[in-house]
Design a protein around this ligand. Structure first.
Ligand SMILES: [Fe+2]
Ligand SMILES: [Fe+2]
Length: 257
């Protein structure tokens, strides 16, 4: 297992590029491992799930090796958790032209993180919206209650990559890590406990699966854990559909005899 990795290309057609932004060995001693992604189209870039404080220097270094951070047009946040947003003040400084995209539910809360946020936040309405990036579009796909009440996945139409926020998160033990899922059944064991406890509602989860099947993504890339591609995309959606989570199981889990 190699845990020190720089960015890795997920898609490249010459004009449109998508990268996973690396990992460092020491990160899981500090907190749960996180994935960040960069979408580049022409001279514009979107940083997806920019991440917390202790990953900032690694993410900045890897972004800077691909584009000048001043070309970041959007900092796209699926929800308000610290592992997603805590580096925001730093990104505002290094990406001075970037706007923040986050659920409109969290727009009033973000200023508590970043004193310079006035006029730089796009509140995504509950039904989602589209973002123009160069000649491509990134869709904010409703993912509410999975797990945050105001939560979005981001779908990059050109590459067919769905950035699935915490949906698909896996918690690796300290001696394992891989970038792409190979053995789905083995990987599911690393996802199950997280989904049962952090995802709020089976109904919300099944509605999300239905909407994602309509999009028909080629790749699903979560904010934690490993990336699904090829036949593992379908296996992952089937697995999610069969899962009971959150308020639908809590009574037995917390108060059962
Ligand atoms: Fe989260
Ligand atoms: Fe997360």
């Amino acid at each position: 297992m190699i845990r020190n990795m720089n960015s890795y290309p997920l898609y490249d057609d010459g004009k449109h590029r998508v990268y996973w932004l690396g990992i460092e060995e020491s990160e899981d001693e500090k907190g749960i491992l996180t994935n960040q992604y960069l979408v580049i189209d022409g001279n514009e870039a979107a940083l997806i799930e920019p991440g917390g404080f202790f990953v900032f220097s690694r993410v900045l270094k890897n972004v800077s090796s691909l584009i000048p951070p001043t070309q970041i047009k959007y900092l796209m946040y699926s929800h308000q958790d610290p592992d997603v947003v805590a580096g925001l003040n730093l990104w505002f400084e290094y990406a001075p032209l970037a706007e923040v995209a986050v659920s409109e539910l969290w727009v009033r809360f973000i200023p508590h993180m970043a004193v310079l946020s006035a006029g730089r936040i796009i509140g995504i309405p509950d039904k989602g919206m589209e973002f123009q990036l160069g000649s491509s579009k990134i869709k904010a796909v409703p993912s509410h209650y999975l797990h945050s009440p105001g939560n979005f996945s981001f779908y990059d139409e050109k590459s067919g990559i769905l950035f699935s926020t915490d949906i698909g998160a896996a918690a690796f033990s300290s001696n394992e890590w891989y970038l792409f899922v190979e053995d789905f059944e083995g990987h599911a064991r690393l996802m199950e406990a997280f989904h049962k406890r952090y995802m709020s509602s089976t109904k919300a989860l099944r509605a999300w699966v239905r909407s994602i099947r309509r999009l028909n993504p080629k790749v699903i890339a979560p904010q934690h854990g490993a990336i699904f591609r090829d036949e593992n995309v379908g296996k992952f959606l089937d697995w999610l559909e069969s899962l009971d989570v959150g308020i639908d199981v809590f009574e037995n889990e917390f108060y059962g005899e």
